[in-house]
Design a protein around this ligand. Structure first.
Ligand code: GLA
Length: 377
């Protein structure tokens, strides 16, 4: 009898525990206003039991905010962005957006596939940047599903027509954002195509771990697990070299403050990038999630670890932000106010047979996964 009662009590308790933990992370769908032309934008907020939350809006499948506790439990937004969706179109800076069809640059906006040359819009000097004039960041994505549980999830999709922005093949794209109880936000980009094409999908979050962009990132300690990086020309197209970071301002193999070498004008790469705006070759085998970067903000104690499956990661320090536009909380954003870590293949891969391929064939599924994991120190 005792055993039965104990058993029943345990069953009730265990079920309660299971339900509590299983339902701790929630996804909530709501309106996020409208664009100037009246198009309605929605947002999904993922929240875990620890109070970390991520808001993803349908315009550009964009990470619009990410609220994370500091070492004293104070929850603040650690990404740059705008309050209103229209600002993402009027003053585009790619804040938190999903970038495609090809993130980063393609030289002269041209590439060849199976003997045919394709011409893209050039929107960055002589080059094509982040998918062209109207990339995936400026499209309204569809919410496929939301779910609660041990992690809270949203899946958004976008179908890019054959020929859109000059790229061949109809591309069906999804992104899954999932927030778990370990304060890890995971993104999985997937795509399939109707014809051979080139793909490089990533997220372009601008991180400022001080919270609400209180301070610049020059004192952030950055570790990059990269023995080499890909130097660029004056238009930020890789030269093809894979240069060892040892002995250069690009050596972040040990945690180093961003500001320590960012003004070292003796290095031509620093001059070309106006600071850091370079692809680092992530150590280890692509396809496996491995730690690419760790960022520590000493004042708030927030630490972010970035794990990626991609072969490369673009490290960019917001060098083009000039203080002329205003983001969330009425903050003006200036050079060096954020760290972007954009996992993907190497820039201009479609024109470089020796770089990890950007080619996607019908029947294959493109996958790019990344985890942004937070803790405090
Ligand atoms: C990427 C590029 C930068 C810049 C930003 C967006 O990080 O490498 O040069 O264009 O996107 O402003």
């Amino acid at each position: 009898m005792k055993t039965v009662i104990l058993g029943a009590a345990c069953l009730t308790l265990c079920t309660a525990l299971f339900i509590t933990s299983a339902n701790a992370a929630t996804a909530t769908r709501g309106s996020f206003g409208a664009l100037a032309d009246g198009t309605r934008i929605e947002a999904v907020t993922l929240t875990n039991g620890a109070g970390m939350s991520a808001r993803i809006m349908t315009l550009g499948a964009t990470l619009q905010s990410l609220t994370v506790a500091d070492r004293n439990g104070r929850r603040e937004d650690v990404t740059l962005g705008y309050d209103k969706p229209q600002d993402y179109l009027t003053r585009p800076n790619y804040f938190g957006v999903s970038v495609g069809r090809f993130a980063n640059r393609i030289a002269k906006g041209k590439f060849a596939l199976d003997g045919k040359t394709y011409a893209l819009v050039t929107n960055d000097g002589p080059n094509s940047l982040h998918g062209g004039a109207k990339g995936f960041d400026k499209r309204v994505w569809k919410i496929e599903s939301i779910s609660n549980g041990s992690d809270a999830k949203v899946i958004m999709s976008y179908v890019s027509a054959d020929g859109e922005e000059g790229f061949p093949g109809e591309l069906k794209v999804t992104v899954t954002y999932a927030l778990n109880e370990k304060n890890e936000l995971r993104l999985d980009y997937r795509a399939t195509t109707s014809k051979p094409t080139v793909v490089n999908l990533t997220n372009h979050a601008y991180f400022n771990l001080s919270g609400n962009a209180a301070r610049d990132v020059m004192g952030n300690l950055v570790t990059l697990h990269a023995e080499r990086f890909t130097p660029v020309d004056a238009t930020l197209i890789p030269t093809g070299e894979r240069r060892p970071v040892a002995g250069t301002p690009f050596d972040f193999r040990k945690a180093t403050a961003v500001g320590t070498r960012i003004r070292d004008a003796r290095d031509q790469q620093i001059r070309y990038g106006r600071g850091y705006d370079h692809n680092f070759i992530v150590d280890g085998a692509p396809g496996n999630l491995r730690t690419a970067a760790v960022v520590e903000e000493p004042v708030s104690g927030r630490v972010m670890e970035v794990r990626v499956t991609a072969p490369g990661i673009q490290f960019y320090t917001g060098n083009f932000m000039d203080g002329t536009f205003f983001g969330k909380n009425q903050r003006s954003y200036r050079q060096g106010d954020a760290i972007c870590l954009e996992p993907g293949t190497f820039p201009d891969a479609p024109n470089r047979a020796d770089f990890p391929t950007a080619r996607l064939n019908p029947g294959q599924t493109y996958v790019n996964s990344m985890v942004f994991a937070f803790r405090t120190k």
